[in-house]
Design a protein around this ligand. Structure first.
Ligand code: XMP
Length: 512
């Protein structure tokens, strides 16, 4: 086991992911519970995550001191590096040179961590996100790498096998990051194991059976990959004890609702109740402008409608959801951990106690790409598994400001054209997620001989592995120009198209 001590970084679970990819079991534990977990788990190595706190602040979190006395390898990342340095006798100061985003790491020395990968004298791209920096190394440590703003960007105590990285190796924007973590697992800690998706499937099925027993489960389908994979997995575990309910909120993309119905009824023969609730959702969302208010309204209505349907089918003991790990950490601080709330996610936020059902969430520990792998493992069609993610609140959060049926229609048409062009260009599978956003801004244009005063449409396309970090997709201008022309010609109500070139962080993928 590798114990990952979480100091509240938004990307801590990615570390667990990378460790799993090496086939080694890992557990993420919030720093408050780290001492206890360290004693019970007896890990073979420890990784200290990043986090929002600042080491020079007296009461910021620390790693249990035992971690450094057990004779096992320790890797500190970002905040984890700072606290390790401080706890072992070094010095950390609040940096005046903040570094966010891409930076170059200048390799200064050889190291087991860099083995077969990085060599002295080379520069490598890494992803930084920090405000503080180390100003004096603890005894026994030496520098393995520097960056423009951090003289101690990578440090090690070779003898004690303590490593500290100021950058984030767990995010895909550090291109060699996964291999650095692999080196830590295999070469430094010398661990190997057998954690696979097939094993996950079996364990998940056994767990669902154990949790549910003879109870009845009801599952809300959203049309997306997550809830579908959850439903198919649960169906495999408990068969007809499962009923699926598809609450159609009228905020789906073009033709999407029909696809869901035919996949479940036709392909899988899983019992499905399809409820058209679009009138209700649109009425309640009338005039609602605030993004959080929209999300909460949709979450609340979803539960209302769902609850009513659950009663109609005779009730259930359990509610199944396709909640993923990113949904969990970005909405609530998990297990009392310190992450801050970025957005209230539809599937976790606003679940009222009154539903009086226990939750079955078999995908809670998984990332999107792992869910896709599980979907393939379960035989879901590739066209479905490979689909871009779609948020629970649907097109409502792609229409900043108050939504109307008319705006949704415009957005749906434009979005369909955009996706069609992306497929046509052979880019659909290269892009993690692409969609259009209808802005509440009108601009003046000229079409034919007339003046127009219509909406601006923003196009968004990002690459990502898990939705936790992302980069905008670098379309060529020809593609963007062609798509803009088609949209403006074919969709009444749009007279200007812009492209969003923001990465995550600092942006989020969705606009609301
Ligand atoms: P953000 O905008 O937070 O999105 O960078 C990260 C990923 O999550 C999706 N997303 C949601 N998925 N319910 C969901 O199931 C939600 O409420 C929700 N909000 C955002 C988003 O589309 C992206 O893939």
């Amino acid at each position: 086991t590798i114990l990952i001590i979480d100091f509240g970084s938004q990307v801590t679970q990615l570390i667990a992911r990378r460790v799993r990819e090496e086939g080694v079991y890992s557990e993420v534990v919030p720093f408050q519970k780290a001492a206890e977990a360290f004693r019970t788990l007896k890990p073979k190595a420890v990784i200290l995550s990043g986090g929002p706190a600042s080491v020079p602040d007296g009461d910021s979190p620390r790693a249990p001191q035992e971690v450094f006395k057990a004779g096992i390898p320790v890797l500190g990342i970002c905040y984890g590096q700072m606290t390790m340095a401080e706890q072992l006798g070094g010095q950390v100061e609040s940096g005046h040179h903040r570094e966010f985003g891409r930076a170059t790491l200048q390799v200064e020395a050889t190291s087991d961590l860099f083995d077969g990968l990085w060599h002295p004298g080379e520069g490598h791209t890494v992803w930084m996100s920090h405000g503080d920096r180390i100003t004096a190394l603890p005894p026994g440590f030496k520098v393995m790498g520097t960056s423009a703003n951090a003289p101690f960007a990578a440090i090690e105590d070779e003898e004690r096998r303590f490593y500290g990285l100021m950058f984030h190796p767990e995010v895909v924007h550090t291109p060699d990051g996964a291999r650095l973590l692999s080196n830590f697992v295999r070469k430094v800690a010398k661990l190997e194991g057998a954690w696979t998706m097939g094993a996950f499937r079996e364990r998940a099925i056994a767990r669902i059976r154990e949790q549910v027993g003879k109870g009845r489960v009801i599952c809300g389908l959203s049309g997306g990959v997550d809830s579908s994979v959850a439903a198919v997995l649960i169906h495999e575990a408990i068969g007809d004890q499962l009923t699926c309910v598809f609450v159609d909120h009228g905020l789906m993309r073009q033709a999407e609702a029909d696809e869901v119905v035919s996949l479940f009824r036709g392909h899988y023969n899983i019992p499905l109740v399809h409820v058209d609730a679009s009138e209700l959702f649109l009425k309640e969302l009338e005039g609602v402008e605030d993004p959080e208010a929209k999300r909460k309204t949709i979450g609340r209505l979803f539960i209302d409608v769902f609850d009513a349907e659950a009663k109609k089918v005779g009730g259930a003991d359990f509610l199944a959801q396709g909640t993923l790990y990113p949904d969990v950490i970005e909405s609530v601080s998990f297990a009392g951990g310190p992450s801050v709330t970025i957005k209230s996610h539809h599937n976790v936020g606003g679940l009222p106690e009154r539903m009086n059902m226990k939750l079955v969430e078999p995908l809670r520990d998984l990332f999107k790409d792992e869910v896709r792998a599980l979907g393939r493992e379960l035989g879901l069609p590739e066209s479905f598994v490979g689909r871009h993610p779609f948020p629970g609140p649907g097109l409502a959060i792609r229409c900043p400001g108050a939504i109307t049926r008319e705006k949704l229609d415009i957005l749906r048409k434009a979005d369909a054209i955009y996706l069609e062009e992306i497929r046509y260009a052979g880019l659909y599978d290269v892009i993690w997620q692409a969609f259009a956003v209808l802005l509440p801004v009108r601009t003046v244009g000229v079409m034919g001989d007339g003046r127009t005063y219509d909406h601006v449409l923003a196009l968004r396309a990002v690459t990502s592995v898990d939705g936790m970090t992302a980069d905008f997709y670098p379309f060529d201008m020809g593609f963007l120009g062609r798509t803009a022309t088609r949209i403006i010609n074919e969709v009444k109500g749009v007279n200007r198209v812009v492209y969003d070139v923001t990465s995550k962080p600092p942006g989020t993928i969705e606009w609301e």
